[in-house]
Design a protein around this ligand. Structure first.
Ligand SMILES: N[C@@H](CCC(=O)N[C@@H](CS)C(=O)NCC(=O)O)C(=O)O
Length: 205
């Protein structure tokens, strides 16, 4: 089994954390979809990563489906609970973490926000920033004084939340989320200490 992806992509990191948490052996193949000769479009017509290519069977994309796949074939505690309400809670938190990440990508892609002519008061900038701030406030509220965002167990919601917070550090280090959201500072410190997070910290650009 192999996972295709770019090392600094947040969704690729989400997939890698998932595979480690589920004890699934997998080769990580660095493959940027826009690079000439990339295998990605042959597996995913959208030409996006991550793509999981099992030894037999069809390729699996996107990261949401990779988590579902890994939860089924891997071992260890479930990432998506079976019970209906807990399942919806975990999937909602996954959507929240993924949505915050989408907003960070919109703000920081190609260092857009660092350009000299970038106006932080511009409508497009404020729109994405508001998504990030409201999203982080909602996440902090959900976590409260617990270690996980859903109940008492690690879930896909924590993977997506950790992906988003790690991506802020990676791409938007001037945004002082730990000062603004001290509850998330405590929560993230525990998440980032997990071996799956430690082993997938992207190398510096
Ligand atoms: N919703 C997708 C998002 C995947 C995504 O946007 N991947 C980016 C890298 S972070 C990508 O492959 N971009 C290349 C492109 O859009 O052409 C997921 O959860 O996997």
């Amino acid at each position: 089994m192999k996972l295709l992806g770019s090392p600094r992509s947040p969704y690729v990191r989400k997939a890698r954390i998932t595979l480690l948490e589920k004890n699934i052996a997998c080769d990580f193949v660095v493959d940027r979809p826009s690079a000439p000769g990339s295998q990605v479009p042959g597996h995913n017509p959208l030409a996006k990563v991550p793509v999981l290519v099992p030894d037999t069977g069809r390729a699996v994309y996107d990261s949401v489906v990779i988590v579902e796949y890994a939860d089924h074939v891997g071992s260890g505690p479930r990432l998506i609970p079976e019970a209906f309400e807990a399942r919806i809670d975990a999937l909602r938190m996954e959507a929240l973490g993924d949505g915050i990440t989408d907003a960070i990508v919109s703000l920081t892609h190609d260092d857009r926000y660092k350009q000299p002519d970038c106006d932080p008061n511009a409508a497009w900038y404020q729109k994405q920033l508001l998504k990030i701030e409201r999203g982080l406030a909602a996440l902090q509220n959900e976590v409260g004084d617990r270690d996980f965002c859903c109940g008492d167990a690690f879930s896909v919601g924590d993977i997506s939340a950790g992906m988003a917070l790690g991506y802020l550090d990676q791409e938007y280090p001037s945004y002082v989320w730990r000062d603004k959201f001290p509850g998330l500072k405590r929560y993230a410190a525990k998440l980032f200490a997990r071996p799956s997070f430690q082993k997938t910290v992207p190398a510096a650009a």
